[in-house]
Design a protein around this ligand. Structure first.
Ligand code: CP
Ligand code: NVA
Length: 309
C-alpha cells in the first residue's frame, strides 16, 4: 500500500490500488491548490530533473509542483551534465542520490532509465522515454475521471502513431478497466511487449484492447478520442515520409462525429494542427486538452508526494 521509496518507470509496475492512490491524491491536491490551502508534503525535499529532450509541460509542472509541495527542483540539462560527456548512468545515479530526494528523467532509451533506477537510492520517475510516458497517461485517465466521473467501462480511441504515448495509455486503460481501440497505419503498431503487459492486466480488469488500422472503426462509440504527433522527438527526419503514411489518421470533425456525442478529445501536446489534429477539433467544446495539460501538475505532485514523502 505504501509507495514511499518506489520508482515510477511504467504504469504496468503499479498495482490497481496504487493507480487509484495517485488519482485520489491528485484530486485532493488539486482542490487544496484551488482553495489556496498549503500542502507542503515535501517540505525541504529536492528533485533532480534530467532532460535529454525538449519539454514545456513536464519541466514546468514538475518544477512548479515541487515548489508548491514545499520543496525545490533542479533542472539538469543532459548537455550540461557530465553524462553528456560520457559519465556512466550508474555513476550519475549514485552521485545524484547523495544530493537529491528524487530524480525525474526524460531521455531516449528506456533501458537507461531502468539502469538509473537500479543504481539510484532515491525514487526515479520516468518523464518520457521512447517507450513510455507514464506521467502523461496517468494524467489522461485522471482527466477522463474528472470529465466523466468514472473510468471502468469507458472506451478510448487512440488514432495515430504506435508510440510511447499509446504504449502507456494501453497500460493505464488496462489497469482501470477502460477499453482502448487503437488505429495506426500498418507497420506503426504499438510496442508488442507493452501490448502484452496491457493484455495481462486487461484479463483482470475486463477491459478490451483492440489494435487495427481503421480510424473510424476505432472511434465508433468512443467516450474519449486521443491522438499524438506523427513524428515523436528523435524522429524529426522521418516527418515528411510519415506525413504521407499517416494521411487518413487525422482527428478531424468527421472522425469526432463517429464517437459518442459527448466524447472528449485529449492530446498530450504539443499538437501539430493540420497534421494529427485539425485546428477546429483542438478548439472545439469537446476538446479538454488544456485541462489535461494543467492536470500534469496535480497528478505529478501526487506521484512525488507518494514516492518521496
Ligand atoms: N506532454 C508533454 O510531455 O509535454 P512536454 O514535452 O512539453 O513536456
Ligand atoms: N510522442 C511524443 C510525446 C511528446 C510529449 C514524443 O515522444 O515526442
Amino acid at each position: 500500500m505504501n509507495m514511499k521509496g518506489k520508482d515510477l518507470l511504467s504504469i504496468h509496475d503499479l498495482s490497481v490500488d496504487e493507480v487509484y492512490q495517485i488519482l485520489n491524491l491528485a484530486k485532493d491536491l488539486k482542490a487544496k491548490q484551488k482553495r489556496g490551502e498549503e500542502h507542503h508534503l515535501l517540505k525541504g525535499k529536492t528533485l533532480g530533473m534530467i532532460f535529454q529532450k525538449a519539454s514545456t509541460r513536464t519541466r514546468v509542472s514538475f518544477e512548479v509542483g515541487m515548489w508548491q509541495l514545499g520543496g525545490m527542483a533542479l533542472f539538469l540539462s543532459a548537455n550540461d551534465l557530465q553524462i553528456g560527456r560520457g559519465e556512466p548512468v550508474k555513476d550519475t545515479a549514485r552521485v545524484l542520490s547523495r544530493y537529491v530526494d528524487g530524480i525525474m528523467i526524460r531521455t531516449f532509451s528506456h533501458d537507461e532509465v531502468v539502469e538509473l533506477a537500479h543504481y539510484a537510492d532515491v525514487p526515479v520517475i520516468n518523464g518520457l522515454t521512447d517507450l513510455l510516458h507514464p506521467c502523461q497517461a496517468l494524467t489522461d485517465i485522471f482527466t477522463v475521471m474528472e470529465h466523466k466521473g468514472e473510468l471502468k467501462g469507458l472506451k478510448m480511441a487512440y488514432i495515430g502513431d504506435g508510440n510511447n504515448m499509446v504504449n502507456a495509455l494501453m497500460h493505464a486503460c488496462a489497469k482501470v478497466g477502460m477499453d482502448i481501440a487503437v488505429a495506426t497505419p500498418e507497420g506503426y503498431a504499438p510496442n508488442a511487449q507493452s501490448m502484452a503487459e496491457a493484455q495481462a492486466d486487461a484479463a483482470f480488469s475486463g477491459s478490451k484492447i483492440l489494435l487495427g488500422h481503421d480510424p473510424l472503426a476505432a472511434a465508433a462509440d468512443a467516450d474519449v478520442i486521443y491522438t499524438d504527433v506523427w513524428a515523436s522527438m528523435g524522429q524529426e527526419k522521418e516527418l515528411a515520409a510519415r506525413m504521407k503514411v499517416f494521411h487518413g489518421f487525422q482527428v478531424n470533425r468527421e472522425l469526432l462525429n463517429a464517437a459518442k456525442p459527448d466524447a472528449i478529445v485529449l492530446h498530450c501536446l504539443p499538437a501539430h494542427r493540420g497534421e494529427e489534429i485539425t485546428d477546429e477539433v483542438m478548439e472545439c467544446e469537446q476538446s479538454v486538452v488544456f485541462d489535461e495539460a494543467e492536470n500534469r501538475l496535480h497528478v505529478q505532485k501526487a506521484i512525488m508526494a507518494l514516492l518521496m514523502g
